[in-house]
Every structure is written in C-alpha cells, then in structure tokens.
Write a protein that binds this ligand. Structure first.
Ligand SMILES: Nc1ncnc2c1ncn2[C@@H]1O[C@H](COP(=O)(O)OP(=O)(O)OP(=O)(O)O)[C@@H](O)[C@H]1O
Length: 333
C-alpha cells in the first residue's frame, strides 16, 4: 500500500474462487485499509460479489463453490477451515443488495444479534436500539413505533434498519454488496451519508456497479476484470490517473452511456459460443476503430464475449447490465 500512514485491516493473498468448473477469481493479492471505504468496481460478472462472499465465507453456502488462498483479518485466516465461522461473520456485518429485515418488530430486529450473544438486560437492549438506530440515521423516524413490524417501513428505511441490525453486534468491518441498487435516489443518498460517517469507526468494503457512487464514497479502489485484479490504489489516483488501460476503459466506458456506436447486434436468446461467433462476424463487417454494441442475456456471455474479443485484439470499452436479464457490451474494432 502506497500510503504508509494507513493501517491495513484485511490482507488477501493469492485468493482463487471456483464455482464447479468456473474459475471466478484468479490469484488476487491485495490489502484493504482500516477505517476507509474501499470500493470494488468492475463490469458485471467480474467477480465482485464472489470476492465479498469469500470474506465472510458465504461462498461456503453455494454448492460446488470453493475458495483457496488466505484472507487475514486480525491475524486469523478466515479461509482456514478450522476457525469459528460464526465469530468471523460477527466481525463482518453484511449489508446486502435488498434489505432483508427479520419478520419481527423494529426493536427486535436490532436486538436480535445482541440477544443471541447473551445480552438480556432490558435497559441495555433499549440503549443498543437507540444507539444503532441513531448511527444508521433512522432513530428520529421510528422512535415512536419501535414495536411495529419492520415490514411496514419503506424499503429505504428497511435498509437503514438492516444497517443498524448489523452494527448492533459490533463488527469491525462492514461489507456492502450493491447496498443502494434497490433504493430510490433519496434513500440511496441516506445510506451513502451513513457510510461516510461510519468509516470513522469501521472498515467498509463496498461492491458497486455505479462508478459515480464509487467516486463519491471510496478512499480506495479495487478494480476487477474477468476475475483478475487489474488495479488497486487510492481513489484519487485510480479515478484521475489510472495506471492500467483497462481501468481507464472501464471508467470511461461507464461515462460513455450514450456513446454513439456504429453498429448494434442483439444476441438475446443465443447461447455461448454462438454469441461470440455472431459478435465476431458483426465486427468483421466494420472497419478499424468503429464501435459495435452487443446485447446478450446468456450469463456466461458477459465474460466469454469480452474475453474472446480481447483475445482477438479488440478493445472492450464497456460491459453494462441494462436490466434484470440483459447486458450491453461495447467493443471497439
Ligand atoms: N452460483 C454460481 N454458480 C456458477 N457460477 C457463478 C455463480 N455465482 C457467480 N457465478 C459466476 O462467477 C462469475 C463472477 O460472478 P459475481 O456474481 O461474483 O460477479 P459480479 O462482478 O458481482 O457480477 P454482478 O455485477 O453482475 O453482480 C460470473 O461469471 C458468474 O456467472
């Protein structure tokens, strides 16, 4: 890490992850700094969520998935099969994409974890509820209805409740997997504001599709592409002056939302390797420097088409998910 005044909190060494035969993460070695926000960026399918799932070993819950290498937190390797995984998960709160409040009251959601850890005293639990709802920026909105069901809250409020619930077990690290993608802009802003405050006390790792969000929040950036670590460093350097061409292309590509492409091919409904072959044919008909937009909906096409195009010497300018099922890949011949 360049900035020696910062302490590292999570040390990732030679991390590899596999889903059955698919090699989703390849030899990742990177340090995550303490009490900073680190954004994991990269196109759809590059392995961002898998990376996060290795930290708290949620990857263990996927059939056929496995991870190797080391993830050292406080001297403990969380990938070591003999460690207490419950303790690891307590130390790493998770804020998922969609809020998942428990089917109980607001109060019980926040006290759920502390109760499991043996706290029974009512006064203490009351204090915990107030403290963490305040930290999550939700207290003023719910203090008069703590016993009402969490499901009655708006989606944005539910996400802040999940943040409070995660914080109540006093983790050191907060893992966020696209935490605002299901929220309206105002609720998303609320969560971003809370995360910026929380970094004074917690190490935060956020997976985001949204480069603007990464720019607003991140102190450090990890750029993944096709399961490999492309670049890592302080956000100011990575965003303003990326060392790697692929990072520059990803950042620029994201801003090229309305980029004028010279041709477009819709490959929805096609499987691989036909996606790649049809895209290759479409590119063949263009002259050098022209841009082709390819729309695909077959999951592995998101990685296989860019990989094949790059192997053929073309430039992949952007890979973006445009709705639940479809991705748009822009390739420059
Ligand atoms: N359960 C699974 N079984 C098989 N392959 C999987 C599974 N989950 C993810 N993958 C594959 O692993 C690769 C990395 O997926 P991952 O979800 O980590 O990427 P991502 O960057 O988070 O994508 P997105 O931004 O679309 O969420 C992709 O090629 C994906 O298709």
């Amino acid at each position: 890490m360049e900035n020696l005044s910062l302490k590292n909190h999570i040390s990732i060494q030679d991390l590899n992850a596999f889903y059955s035969g698919h090699h989703a993460l390849r030899d990742i070695t990177v340090e995550i700094p303490q009490k900073q926000i680190t954004a994991i960026i990269g196109p759809s399918g590059c392995g961002k969520s898998t990376f996060l799932k290795c930290f708290n070993r949620l990857i263990d819950l996927t059939d056929g998935a496995r991870a190797s290498g080391k993830i050292i937190v406080g001297g403990i390797d969380v990938l070591d099969g003999s460690i207490d995984i419950t303790d690891v998960r307590r130390r790493m709160g998770l804020l998922p994409q969609k809020p998942n409040p428990l089917p109980m009251s607001i109060y019980d959601n926040v006290t759920y974890g502390p109760r499991i850890h043996g706290i029974k005293d009512k006064k203490r639990l009351d204090g915990i509820v107030e403290k963490y709802l305040k930290i999550a920026g939700l207290w003023d909105e719910v203090k008069d209805r703590l016993k009402s069901p969490a499901s009655k809250l708006s989606i944005g409020q539910q996400q802040r409740l999940c943040l409070a619930r995660g914080l109540a077990v006093e983790p050191e690290i907060i893992l966020c997997d696209e935490p605002t993608s299901a929220l309206d802009p105002l609720s998303a802003q609320h969560i971003e504001q809370q995360l910026l405050k929380l970094k004074n006390d917690y190490t935060i790792v956020i997976v985001t599709h949204n480069i603007h969000q990464a720019m607003r929040l991140a102190d450090y950036v990890v750029h993944l592409y096709l399961g490999e670590l492309v670049e890592y460093g302080p956000a100011s350097e990575v965003f303003k002056n990326p060392k790697e061409e692929r990072t520059r292309a990803y950042i620029n590509g994201t801003f090229l939302a309305d980029l004028k492409t010279d041709a477009e091919i819709n490959l929805k409904g096609n499987v691989c390797p036909y996606n790649f072959m049809y895209a290759k044919q479409a590119l063949h008909d263009l002259s050098n420097g022209k841009l082709l937009k390819v729309v695909v909906d077959y999951p592995t096409a998101v990685t296989e088409v860019p990989r094949g195009m790059e192997a053929d010497g073309h430039k992949v300018l952007s890979v973006k998910q445009i709705n639940k099922t479809d991705w748009e890949i822009v390739i420059q011949k």
